[in-house]
Design a protein around this ligand. Structure first.
Ligand code: NAP
Length: 686
C-alpha cells in the first residue's frame, strides 16, 4: 500500500444510528508488515453520553421484548451473513500482521462463536424472556410460601473494551452472550486494529439484522463515556493489567457498583509430564504445542504458552527439539503463502516485546532467536513490525521473579526445569493466576495431582496425551462452551462458558411468595400452585389452548403381586427385592417384596395417557425421576399430571411441554415424582 497518510481513510464510529469520524487530527494506523498507512483513527466530538442513552432507550427495550430463542435466531442469522462475507474480512486482516491461519482464528473463530450461541440459546434456554434459575425453594410446611430465583436482563449497556490482537473474535465472543441476554452493546476496539472491527460492524449494521441501538462502535478514545455508567451497565475490559486496573477503579464504576470484568495479562504454562520422555508421543505433542503457541498470531495471544515447565532431566531434549522447529518457521509478510509467522501488530509492540525480553534475560539465557535481527523470507524489515521467535532457558528458577511476571506479548517463551511434581505445580502457580495451563502426560496419577494443584489458579486446564492427539482443540483455543478467564493476574474475569456467559448480563433475583403468584411471575407451575382440572384432558389441547396448571387427577390402580411377577419375567428384571420376600426384608429400605420403580412409572403412564391421536406428538423422556416411597403389593397408586412449562419452538410447528408427575399411594405419600417431557403441536389439525 503506497497511499499517503492524508489520503488514507478515517475509521469511523457508529453512534446513535450514524457513522461518524472524529473531528480531531486523527492517529495513523500502519500496516504491520509494510508500515504503509492503512487508516486514521479519532473519536473527538462523539456524544458518548448520547450513545449510552441511545442504547438504553432504543436497543435495550427492543432486545428485551424478544425471547431468548428470537435473540438466538438473530445471532444465527448474523453469523451466517458474516460467514458468507468472510473473504472481505480476510482481505483486510493481513494488515494487522495476521497470516491466513491467524485470521481464521480471529474471523471464523469469532463468527463460529456467534453461531454456537445461536444454537445454544435455542437448545439450552427456554423460549421466554425471563430465565428461571434453579428449583423452587419451599419456605413453609403447608406449601403456601415459596421462593424462586429468576434472571432478567440488565437494563443498561454492555461496554466492551477490547485488545488489539483479535479485532473480530474479541468483539464477537462478548457480543454473542450480551445480545442473547437481551442487552445492547457499545464496542470499543483497540485502536491499532480497529479498521477490521469497523468493517465487520459495518456489515452487521448494513444487514439490518439487529434492532436499532443494539450495537454501537467507538473507534478511538472513549472520551467521557465511563463517567456516565450506572448500576445497570456492564463494562468488560480485555487488555493489559495496567489499563484494566486503572479502569476498574474509575469513580463512576465504583460509585454505582457497575459490573466490571477484566481479562488481562496471563503467563500461561505448559507442563511436560514426569512420564513424557523423548521417545513418547506426549513429548512430541508438547513440543509441537509450544511451537504452535509461540508462533500463531506471532505469540500475541492471551492464552499463549509463556512458560515451558519440564522435568529437569528432559530440559536439554525439550530445548533442542523446540529450537529445531522454531528455526524452520518462516517469518515474513503474512500475504506470502510460505510465511508461517507474520509481524507483530505494530513497531511499538516490537519495542515492548524487546524490552520484556531484556528483562527476562536478566534471569534466563537466550537459547534460540535473535530479537534484534529478524530473519525474514519476505516483508520490509525496516518498516514492518518483525521479530524472530525467542526461546529462553532459566536453569535455576528458585527465587526468580521476571520469568513468572514479565509477559512478552509476542513469540517469546521460557523453559523452566522442575525437580518434582510439587515443584512443577509451584512453578505454574507462580504466574499468579492464569487463563490456561496444559499438561502433557499419559499418567493418570500425575494428571490428578497436577490438576488439583493448578485448578485454583487457572480458568482452564487442558490435558494432552496420545489418545486425544487428533481430537484435541489445543492449549490456546478458548471455546464458546467453556469458561474463558482466570483468577489473579489474569484479571479475575470470566467469559463464555456457554450459558454461564449470558448470565453475566442478567440480574439474579430471589422472588418469594405463594406458589400461585410465583407461577404467574415465572410462567412455570410449581408445587402448591392451583391446578386446573376440566373435563377436557390436557393431551387434547394444542399449544394454542394449553395453559400452565392444566392438570389430570387420575383414578387409583392397585398393584398386585401378580403385576410385580409379570413385570419381572416380562422384562427380565428379577432383582431380589421384587422376587424374594426374605431377601427383600433383610434390605434396610424394604419390609417385603416391592414393585419395580419402572413398573410404577409404566402404570403411571397407563393412568394419565389419553390414547387417541391428537396434538401430543411424542414423549421424549423424563427428568428428575425419583422413587421416594416403596410400593408394596396391595398399594393403590394415583397421580396428578400438571402442565408445568410450555416452550414453543420458534421455527417449528410444535413445542416442548414439561409436565409435573406426582404419584401417590393410598396414604397420600409421594411414591414417585418426575417431569414428563412431550412434544406438542402448536395447533390442532382439523
Ligand atoms: P491495552 O493497551 O491495555 O488496551 C486494551 C484496550 O483498552 C484498548 O481498546 C485500548 O484502546 C483501551 N484503553 C486504553 N486506555 C484506555 C482508557 N484510558 N480508557 C478506556 N480504554 C482504554 O492492551 P493491548 O495492548 O490492546 O492488549 C495487549 C494485552 O491484552 C496483553 O497484555 C494481553 O495479555 C492482554 N489480552 C488479554 C486477553 C484475555 O482474554 N485475558 C485477550 C487478549 C489480550 P486504545 O487501543 O485506543 O488505546
Amino acid at each position: 500500500m503506497s497511499a499517503s497518510l492524508s489520503a488514507s481513510p478515517r475509521v469511523e464510529s457508529y453512534a446513535c444510528g450514524h457513522w461518524l469520524s472524529g473531528s480531531g487530527e486523527g492517529k495513523p494506523l500502519l500496516d504491520a508488515a509494510t508500515g504503509a498507512p492503512v487508516a486514521q483513527i479519532d473519536s473527538t466530538g462523539l456524544d458518548f453520553k448520547g450513545m449510552l442513552d441511545y442504547a438504553r432507550t432504543r436497543g435495550g427495550p427492543q432486545l428485551r421484548a424478544m425471547s431468548f430463542h428470537q435473540r438466538a435466531l438473530l445471532l444465527k442469522t448474523l453469523g451466517q451473513m458474516l460467514m458468507a462475507d468472510k473473504e472481505v474480512f480476510y482481505a483486510h486482516s493481513s494488515a494487522t500482521g495476521a497470516t491466513r491461519t491467524d485470521s481464521w482464528i480471529d474471523i471464523e473463530g469469532g463468527i463460529s462463536t456467534l453461531l454456537s450461541y445461536g444454537s445454544k440459546g435455542r437448545r439450552d434456554l427456554p423460549n421466554t424472556r425471563l430465565l428461571i434459575d434453579g428449583s423452587p425453594e419451599p419456605l413453609s410446611k403447608d406449601s403456601t410460601f415459596s421462593a424462586q430465583h429468576i434472571l432478567t436482563p440488565l437494563e443498561g449497556v454492555a461496554i466492551h473494551i477490547n485488545a488489539f490482537n483479535f479485532p473480530c473474535w474479541g468483539m464477537l465472543e462478548k457480543l454473542a452472550p450480551t445480545l442473547l441476554a437481551g442487552m445492547p452493546a457499545i464496542i470499543k476496539p483497540a485502536s491499532q486494529t480497529a479498521y477490521l472491527t469497523e468493517l465487520m460492524v459495518r456489515r452487521i449494521i448494513e444487514s439490518g439484522i439487529l434492532p436499532d441501538g443494539a450495537l454501537q462502535l467507538i473507534c478511538g478514545s472513549v472520551g467521557d463515556l465511563l463517567d456516565h455508567v450506572t448500576a445497570q451497565d456492564v463494562v468488560t475490559f480485555t487488555g493489559s493489567a495496567t489499563t484494566g486496573q486503572m479502569l476498574r477503579v474509575h469513580p463512576a464504576i465504583i460509585r454505582h457498583s457497575t459490573r466490571f470484568t477484566m481479562e488481562a495479562d496471563s503467563l500461561n504454562a505448559a507442563v511436560l509430564g514426569i512420564d513424557a520422555t523423548p521417545d513418547t508421543v506426549e513429548f512430541d505433542l508438547f513440543v509441537r504445542e509450544v511451537v504452535r503457541e509461540m508462533t500463531v498470531k506471532a505469540g500475541q495471544k492471551c492464552t499463549a504458552i509463556r512458560r515451558v515447565i519440564v522435568p529437569r532431566q528432559q530440559a536439554d531434549a525439550v530445548a533442542s527439539a523446540i529450537c529445531a522447529k522454531l528455526s524452520r518457521v518462516k517469518v515474513g509478510n503474512p500475504t506470502d503463502d510460505q510465511v508461517r509467522m507474520g509481524p507483530l501488530a505494530s513497531r511499538d509492540q516490537v519495542r515492548e516485546v524487546k524490552d520484556c525480553v531484556a528483562q527476562l534475560r536478566a534471569e534466563a539465557e537466550l537459547i534460540c532467536g535473535d530479537p534484534d535481527n529478524p530473519q525474514l523470507v519476505s516483508g520490509d524489515v525496516e518498516a514492518g513490525a518483525f521479530i524472530n521467535p525467542v526461546l529462553l532457558y532459566c536453569d535455576q528458577p528458585a527465587g526468580r521473579e521476571a520469568i513468572h511476571a514479565v509477559e512478552a506479548f509476542g513469540p517469546v517463551s521460557t523453559i523452566v526445569p522442575y525437580e518434582s511434581v510439587d515443584d512443577a505445580i509451584d512453578q505454574a502457580r507462580r504466574g499468579g493466576g492464569s487463563l490456561v495451563a496444559s499438561v502433557f502426560t499419559n499418567n493418570g496419577e500425575f494428571a490428578r495431582d497436577v490438576v488439583a494443584g493448578l485448578a485454583p489458579w487457572h480458568g482452564r486446564v487442558m490435558l494432552g496425551n496420545r489418545l486425544s492427539a487428533k481430537s484435541s482443540t489445543g492449549h490456546g483455543s478458548p471455546l464458546p462452551m467453556l469458561v474463558h478467564g482466570g483468577p489473579g493476574r489474569a484479571g479475575g474475569g470470566e467469559e463464555l462458558g456457554g450459558i454461564r456467559g449470558v448470565k453475566h448480563y442478567m440480574q439474579r433475583t430471589a422472588v418469594q411468595g405463594t406458589p400461585g403468584l410465583l407461577t404467574s411471575v415465572t410462567g412455570q407451575w410449581m408445587t402448591g400452585a392451583p391446578q386446573s382440572v376440566s373435563s377436557e384432558h390436557p393431551f387434547r389441547k394444542s399449544l394454542a389452548t394449553l395453559e400452565v396448571g392444566d392438570a389430570v387427577l387420575t383414578d387409583a390402580r392397585t398393584v398386585t403381586l401378580e403385576d410385580i411377577e409379570h413385570f419381572a419375567t416380562f422384562t427380565g428384571d428379577t432383582f431380589y427385592a421384587h422376587m424374594d420376600a426374605e431377601a427383600a426384608k433383610a434390605n434396610p429400605f424394604f419390609d417385603g417384596r416391592v414393585a419395580h420403580g419402572y413398573l410404577v412409572v409404566s402404570f403411571a403412564a397407563g393412568l394419565f395417557v389419553d390414547p387417541a391421536p391428537g396434538p401430543v406428538l411424542a414423549n421424549y423422556g423424563v427428568d428428575n425421576l425419583r422413587f421416594l416411597t416403596p410400593v408394596y403389593p396391595g398399594d393403590a397408586l394415583q397421580l396428578s399430571l400438571t402442565c408445568k412449562a410450555i416452550n414453543p419452538r420458534e421455527t417449528e410447528e410444535h413445542g416442548e411441554v414439561r409436565w409435573d408427575c406426582t404419584v401417590t399411594n393410598q396414604d397420600a405419600a409421594v411414591v414417585a415424582q418426575y417431569d414428563v417431557l412431550t412434544l406438542v403441536a402448536k395447533h390442532t389439525s382439523e
